[in-house]
Design a protein around this ligand. Structure first.
Ligand code: NAD
Ligand code: APR
Length: 235
């Protein structure tokens, strides 16, 4: 009898969007080989050089506009739509490719590049122009506080309670396209194992957390993810 999972949690990282043309962070030529985290991805950087941080994210926002979801995003949307059990996708990615492929049960734990957050009033909302430091918030009217709605190093990710609740009851955990370098996401596989879930890594190469996985299939996401989804859908 083929195993049917009741509750699947999927964690995705930058490697899922690599074949759509978006850079990863820690591969050769990755984002962090070109710019320093402490210069663009911390609250201190924003306080020190707000326009410099906005320029960095304006560039990444424009990149994410011009790209399309790939076969791996499409396969995950199909899994959510067609699999008889519940499927929750938790992404570390700030690009909109999961939702553009059709995934709906989705958490952007590091925020979304196409949204802004007002430092002053906390209002979040879509934004389709480059962010300028003196732009006034459409909600509270104050200037100098608009930032990309992206979680920086040292900040708490979004929806952690909902994520841990899902990890605590899942029976299959699939990690895709993430190096397992950044916590708390890097600790999710251990949470899932603690709940008795089967754990599977689909990645170009072994991640930092490889020893926690029951199964690992290494290769390009556009190849290994559709193949694994077909296996799940076949029962
Ligand atoms: P961390 O201590 O977990 O650092 C994780 C990795 O990030 C490190 O292994 C290192 O590779 C890199 N890193 C972190 N700070 C760095 C720095 N100042 N210089 C160079 N490399 C650095 O990260 P943290 O500071 O504890 O932050 C964790 C929180 O930040 C989590 O909530 C995570 O979700 C969030 N986060 C957001 C982003 C983002 O760009 N959206 C990036 C990473 C972490
Ligand atoms: N197919 C599958 N996996 C791939 C592919 C691909 N085509 N290309 C790269 N990878 C894998 C790499 O082997 C690597 O393990 O994707 C992973 C990318 O790792 P990172 O660049 O570290 O990206 P990620 O794990 O998402 O980073 C986590 O760190 O800087 C922060 O906020 C940022 O959310 C990000 C977090």
């Amino acid at each position: 009898m083929a195993h049917r999972y009741e509750r699947i949690v999927i964690l995705t990282g930058a490697g899922l969007s690599a074949e759509s043309g978006l850079s990863t962070f820690r591969d050769k030529d990755g984002i962090w080989s070109k710019v320093r985290i402490e210069d663009v991805a911390t609250p201190e950087a924003f306080a020190r050089d707000p326009q410099g941080v906005l320029d960095f994210y304006n560039g990444r926002r424009n990149n994410s506009r011009g790209v399309e979801p790939n076969a791996a995003h499409a396969a995950l949307a199909r899994l959510e739509a067609d699999y008889p059990g519940e499927v929750l996708t938790v992404t570390q990615n700030i690009d909109p490719l999961h939702e553009r492929a059709g995934t709906t049960n989705l958490i952007h734990m590091h925020g979304e590049i196409l949204k802004t957050l007002c430092h002053h009033c906390g209002a979040r909302g879509p934004y389709d122009r480059d962010l300028m430091v003196h732009e006034a918030c459409g909600h509270c009217g104050r200037e100098g506080g608009l930032r990309p709605d992206v979680v920086w190093f040292g900040e708490m990710p979004y929806e952690m309670e909902r994520i841990y609740a899902a990890l605590g009851v899942c029976d299959l955990f699939i990690s895709i396209g993430t190096s397992g370098n950044v916590y708390p996401a890097a600790g999710f596989v251990a949470e899932a194992r603690g709940a008795g879930a089967r754990t599977v890594e689909l990645n170009l190469e072994p991640s930092e957390g490889i020893s926690h996985f029951d199964e690992a299939i290494h290769g390009k996401a556009t190849e290994v993810v559709p193949a694994y989804v077909e296996r799940l859908l076949a029962g």
